[in-house]
Design a binder for this molecule. Structure first.
Ligand SMILES: Cc1ncc(COP(=O)(O)O)c(C=O)c1O
Length: 467
């Protein structure tokens, strides 16, 4: 007897396709980029764009994982342009959402006569964020979302001190700058900054192994104790579950749990900054999801708008109600709050992440990418570590010195810089991170394919041979 199996239709892969890099010009940057550099030098403040031997190229078009520059060179973007373009560049769903919404209304009256799309987005955020996070304050940039969280925590606890972590990056507005760790960002403004932040060591399993959580928690406890009788007693703890610009530092799940328990015991507000790690970047919708911890406030931005500047701070009703009810003028708001175009784009982004299961894709392709990089690590001692989660990957270039009991990692900053410049010449766009600028930060669009990853690893191999 013959059995016939029902024909199973293969699910159509509707992800936008990218192409491998193609460099047409003899040098990078090409002639048109060099000409634009001259104009930029005249008309942009010199502090803004780094101009070096092979930097910058001027980007003209974005499509899926590709950028094309003004000279017609095609690149693979392994950065998602600062972790933003998670769906790739100019995703058709985003274009459609922009077309539809812009035909109706581009800008509304945020906190006075709100728009419908803002409500839909706030509701969607409450559905996809963990636990009881269900009330949102919208804004435009990540730094604003962080500052909203800092203010909300003060409203709730009436305490003005905040513990952040060494290596932390939360943005550069005056409030966010205060809780950002890097001294060079703060130095010229120190006299203007309020002094309400304290820094504890981020748990580093590479140095402290399974004692990392203990070491950091001890410091957190001691800071809270010391600050008790100061001008700024601690009211909140702010953490990136995975530090992005700090060098792709992954906090152990038991650390997030310990922080949660400590905050509950001390009545502190726990703020998770998921501006970089949110929306599937790390293989789950939010990086904190894996720990099972529910923060009191969560900061969102970057990937949420797929390229449109929109951000949010979402919190529990209990904490958000500490603001009280508006009596006319909201004491915390902004002109573009809950912008309808941004809200429509964010809704489209979330729908696409869910429908295309991009969080799973991020996890699987991230694992694949890291596995391939580990093979390079075996060949090249310059690679001191490969880490990350999902498609948020750090490849550390350091020299390791072994002491009697400890290991010391000396950043190979110059080699990281040369690696990134060479990669650009091969058509791969990368960024560095970490205080020593020695972590090659890899955060491609979540739609990247295995073929594109393998191509990049092949190029990395070629470059590493020459360093
Ligand atoms: C974790 C984190 N928080 C906040 C910010 C600040 O975001 P924005 O540059 O949009 O102000 C960043 C930016 O890189 C970030 O990585």
């Amino acid at each position: 007897m013959k059995f016939s199996f029902p024909f199973r239709k293969k699910k159509k892969d509707t992800l936008p396709k990218s192409s491998l890099p193609k460099i047409k010009t003899k040098t990078i940057p090409g002639a048109k980029s060099l000409k634009l550099t001259e104009a930029l030098k005249r008309f942009e403040c010199p502090q803004i764009t780094f101009i070096g031997e092979s930097f910058p190229v001027f980007l003209k078009k974005g499509s899926a994982c590709n950028f094309t520059d003004v000279d017609g060179n095609r690149y693979l973007d392994l950065t998602s342009a600062f972790g933003v373009a998670s769906l790739g560049h100019c995703h058709p769903t985003i274009l459609q959402a922009i077309k539809k919404q812009s035909a109706e209304m581009i800008h509304g009256m945020g906190d006075v006569h709100p728009n419908e799309v803002k409500v839909m987005l706030a509701q969607k955020l409450s559905e996809i964020t963990p636990g009881n996070l269900n009330q949102t304050i919208f804004s435009s940039t990540g730094a604003e979302a962080v500052e909203t969280a800092l203010k909300t925590a003060v409203m709730h606890t009436k305490k003005t001190g905040v513990i952040a972590f060494e290596g932390a990056y939360h943005g550069l507005g005056y409030g966010a700058l205060q809780v950002t760790h890097r001294e060079d960002f703060k130095k010229p403004f120190l006299k203007q900054l309020g002094g309400f932040s304290y820094f504890a060591p981020f748990p580093d399993t590479k140095i402290h192994g399974n004692k990392a959580t203990q070491v950091s928690m001890k410091a957190v406890q001691s800071l809270v104790k010391k600050a008790r009788r100061s001008k700024h007693p601690v009211g909140a703890i702010l953490i990136e579950p995975i530090q992005g610009r700090g060098g792709v530092m992954v906090s152990p799940p038991d650390f997030l749990k310990a922080l949660r328990e400590f905050c509950d015991k001390e009545h502190l507000v726990l703020i998770a900054d998921e501006v970089f790690t949110g929306f599937g970047r790390t293989g789950s919708m939010f990086a904190i999801d894996k720990s099972g911890v529910v923060p009191d406030l969560m900061c969102l931005g970057k990937g949420m708008g797929g390229g449109f500047p929109i951000s949010a701070c979402i919190g529990s009703t209990r904490v958000m109600y500490s603001w009280g009810t508006s009596t006319g003028d909201a004491i915390h708001t902004s002109t573009f709050l809950g912008n309808p175009l941004g809200s429509a784009v964010a809704l489209a982004v979330i729908k696409e992440i869910e429908e295309q299961k991009l969080t799973d894709r991020s996890k699987n392709l991230g694992d694949f990418f890291r596995k391939e990089l580990w093979k390079l690590k075996e060949k090249y001692p310059l690679i001191a570590d490969i880490r990350g989660a999902g498609l948020m990957i750090g490849m550390e270039f350091s020299e390791i010195f072994y002491g009697a009991k400890t290991k010391k990692f000396i950043p190979a900053t110059d080699k990281a810089r040369r690696f990134i410049a060479e990669a650009l010449k091969h058509g791969i766009i990368l960024l560095s991170s970490g205080p020593g600028h020695n972590i090659i930060s890899i955060t491609p669009p979540l739609i990247i394919s295995e073929k594109e990853i393998s191509h990049c690893v092949g190029v990395f191999d070629k470059i590493l041979k020459t360093l």
